[in-house]
Design a protein around this ligand. Structure first.
Ligand code: SAH
Ligand code: SF4
Ligand code: F3S
Length: 484
């Protein structure tokens, strides 16, 4: 039995890619192990979005070097965005790496591992897609293969939730961002393929699908002469028995069309939550970032969201310390958090990425300590807004899809070395229809079902409540004891 270890950094796309690669390798006789030391093959699924993400992988590669010297037969592979971006540079920096496989070539991994292992000289192998300027659009697109049909329930963080890729790549070319080159041209998958994948997932017990795309609401695909938009896809998935919730990330502000907002309002399984990163609250910064909208246009979009879907949660990403960001422009980003009252925001310090327009044309001129301070200021403000808005839920009831033990209970279980399956009440977690994290005491066997929770307390990130009732699922007559 061959053993594989995989470490994943980066976004949901990478989590999904790792699931696919492991599913493939299992079909080729591999088992997954928990440490690189015990593995025959060690894979790093990498991210290039910020320098820090790359440093993590180079540091892990440094750590494994001795192990590889002692066990030259061990295969070390670097896959994903950094593999596509850095290519041979990885072999130069880490000569003990055997394989480099870009995001568009992941299906090649089993063959490449075999070829490395079987070649007498253990030749290094590389499979990457074309650069954005290395061919016609069709050639470049064709070199990025979407890699989706193999699903492996075991690799998912929760058996009840699954990512479904509906598109690959990105064509927006924000000036700071590597993704259009690491993931290639934007390509939407055929709706028939996506639907059959969702059916497979539902049969495997999945209750919530999260549709993935870098600009997920730009999805469009013409099949049998008919144009399918994201709203049509959500409508079709709504009919899949077993699926109870449909989420999608990440939305692009300019593509937030009314048909999509109406779908989120009207389709019962659509979660009332949108992740639509604003990135900055200052027009000049948005222009330099080439985001394609102004602050006023974003405001108009927020008004349409709030008007069409009352109670809809919206979250954002922000970059602080981008080229030329003044104290005044930073304050405008702060103002936008106050104005739009995002459910939460992911806030990043600008990290210059070689090969991007910003790196070529604009100096990375904000000192690290200023970036850090602005980052902390925004985080503090966002936390305050989140806590105030979460407090509005106190006394209300929310419907929660139970995911499993809460982080606290998981840590406790690890400390006590107990399994999660006993009948005792533990702290569980799940999410409301508007994507709020909710914790409450209950039987761990409730995982995968929907429960009504009354909220009696909160923090900035979490609603705290107790179970009121549990809805029985899909004709199941088994009633679990309700604790809490
Ligand atoms: N496609 C998504 C997000 C992709 S990357 C979108 O367009 O919203 C996730 C987040 O990382 C981005 O939203 C942005 O806030 C951040 N990011 C991307 N490039 C970055 C860089 N060079 N430095 C710092 N943050 C960056
Ligand atoms: Fe990057 Fe912009 Fe594309 Fe998002 S939309 S992946 S930030 S280029
Ligand atoms: Fe990172 Fe690639 Fe995702 S650069 S954020 S892993 S698309």
């Amino acid at each position: 039995m061959k053993k594989v270890y995989i470490r994943t950094v980066g976004c949901q796309m990478n989590v999904l890619d790792s699931e696919m690669v492991i599913a493939d390798l299992k079909r080729h006789g591999y088992v997954v192990v928990d440490t690189p030391q015990e593995a025959d093959c060690v894979l790093y699924n990498t991210c290039s979005v910020r320098e820090h993400a790359e440093e993590k992988v180079y540091s892990a590669l440094g750590t494994i070097r001795q192990d590889k010297e002692n066990h030259p037969e061990k295969t070390i592979g670097v896959m994903g965005c950094m593999a596509q971006k850095d290519q041979d540079l990885i072999f130069q920096k880490a000569p003990h790496v055997d394989l480099i496989v870009g995001t568009g070539q992941l299906g090649e991994i089993p063959r490449l591992i075999r070829e490395t292992r079987d070649s007498a000289e253990r030749e290094q192998q590389k499979a990457v897609s074309l650069g954005r300027r290395d061919g016609t659009v069709a050639e470049v697109s064709g070199s990025f293969q979407s890699y989706d049909p193999l699903r492996d329930p075991e690799m998912r963080p929760s058996p009840y939730q699954a990512f479904v890729r509906i598109m690959i790549g990105c064509d927006k070319f924000c000036t700071y961002c590597v993704v259009p080159s690491t993931r290639g041209p934007e390509q939407s998958r055929p709706p028939s393929q996506i639907l059959s994948e969702v059916h497979v997932l539902a049969d495997q017990g999945v209750r919530e699908v999260c549709l993935l795309g870098q600009t997920v609401n730009s999805y469009k695909h013409t099949e049998n002469g008919q144009l399918h938009r994201l709203s049509d896809l959500i409508c079709a998935i709504n009919d899949v028995e077993g699926i109870e919730r449909i989420r999608f990330v990440t939305s692009y502000p300019r593509d937030m069309t009314d048909d999509l907002l109406q779908a989120v309002r009207d389709i019962p399984k659509a979660v009332r939550y949108l992740h639509v990163p604003l990135q900055h609250g200052c027009d000049e910064q948005l222009r330099l970032m080439k985001r394609g909208y102004t602050v006023a246009e974003y405001r108009e979009m927020m008004a349409r969201i709030n008007e069409t879907i009352p109670g809809c949660s919206v979250s954002s990403d922000f970059i602080v310390g981008f080229c030329g960001e003044t104290e005044e422009s930073h304050q405008l980003s702060m103002d936008s958090i106050r104005e739009h009252r995002f459910k939460n925001s992911f806030i990043f310090k600008y990290s210059e990425r070689p090969g991007t327009k910003a790196a070529d044309l604009m100096p990375d001129d904000i000192p690290e300590d200023v970036k850090k301070r602005r980052n902390n200021e925004m985080l503090a403000l966002q936390n305050q807004v989140s806590e105030e808005d979460n407090a509005e839920f106190i006394g209300q009831r929310v419907s929660v899809l139970v995911e499993g033990l809460s982080k606290t209970a998981e840590k406790q279980a690890a400390r006590n070395d107990e399994g999660g399956g006993s009948g005792l009440a533990r702290q569980l977690m799940g999410r409301s229809m508007c994507d709020r994290i909710v914790v409450f005491d209950g039987n761990p066997r409730l995982a995968g079902s929907t429960a009504e929770i009354e909220i009696h307390d909160c923090t900035g990130t979490t609603l705290i409540g107790s179970i009121v009732t549990r809805q029985v699922q899909h004709g199941s007559s088994e009633l679990l004891p309700i604790i809490g």
